[in-house]
Write a protein that binds this ligand. Structure first.
Ligand SMILES: [Zn+2]
Length: 270
């Protein structure tokens, strides 16, 4: 990299709209836009529905505040059902992903972020039936022109397993920095290996050994290591997946600090 180029210097800047304050989506979208961000992603789950009403109302409200929507993040608590040996369980989960893909297509949202690894604390090794599930979902996504994006979670070998056996423009990679640095034996390996499939980021830091989802540069991650491994041709956004604490600060203060962390990341030189 030259001195004038750095991490995704041309990337749009974004933050997950579910960032810790249980405000109506119209208020959160305005706060995000006012903090300087270009883009966001939506939590496509019951918590958001309970807070906001119909999920189908979300995209319009967010866009009316001048924000782009890069993707939806779908619920992952039952991600293991994609690997279930029980046919009806697995079919139910495949159908749910198809429905979410249709939601993206209907709202012109280009990407769907999902988990391929079990959500429990000690996930078992990946199994072949997961590939059967994904093959069916990827085919459906391709027809709908929606890109499925798998993020690294507790076991990054799931990412290896899936990408080694399914090579599709419609199945891409979201690098989750926080997960990588607490759950990988060798952080950065997954980014180096699958950087050519990278299309989204979940950038956040960790202070403890837990999945803290705190603002970059406030935890233990060595961001220069991430920068050194960053794919030079990356064109997606720099998206934060950080969660603040309403008891200790205002959303404006939190979002300002979050935005500044991305500016710092963009200007960091290696
Ligand atoms: Zn994530």
């Amino acid at each position: 990299m030259s001195q004038t180029e750095n991490i995704a210097y041309n990337s749009k800047l974004g933050i997950f709209s579910w960032f810790g304050w249980r405000l109506h989506i119209s208020q959160r979208a305005k706060l995000i836009k006012d903090a300087g961000f270009d883009t966001t992603c939506l939590w496509w789950a019951e918590d958001e529905r309970a807070n906001t009403g119909s999920l189908d109302d979300l995209p319009k409200i967010v866009r009316a505040n001048g924000l782009e929507i890069d993707n939806i993040h779908v619920p992952f608590a039952d991600a293991h059902l994609l690997s279930s040996e029980n046919h009806s369980e697995r079919k139910g989960m495949i159908d749910l992903h198809k429905k979410w893909i249709e939601d993206c297509a209907r709202h012109n949202i280009p990407k769907l972020i999902f988990h391929v690894c079990h959500a429990d604390e000690n996930p078992s090794a990946p199994v072949k039936v997961l590939l059967d599930s994904l093959a069916e979902i990827v085919k459906f996504a391709q027809a709908a022109k929606v890109i499925l994006v798998a993020e690294n979670t507790r076991r990054s070998d799931y990412i290896d397993f899936v990408f080694e056996q399914i090579d599709s423009e419609y199945l891409r990679f979201c690098y989750d920095s926080g997960h990588d640095f607490i759950w990988s034996d060798k952080p950065i390996t997954v980014l180096k290996k699958w950087g050519h499939k990278l299309i989204m980021t979940h950038l956040h830091d960790n202070k403890s050994g837990d999945d803290d989802h705190i603002i970059p540069f406030t935890g233990k991650i060595d961001w220069r290591k991430i920068l050194a491994a960053w794919p030079k041709d990356y064109k997606g956004p720099l998206m934060l997946e950080v969660v603040g604490n309403p008891e200790v600060q205002s959303p404006q203060d939190f979002l300002r600090k979050a935005f500044e962390s991305l500016i710092k990341l963009k200007s960091l030189k290696i």
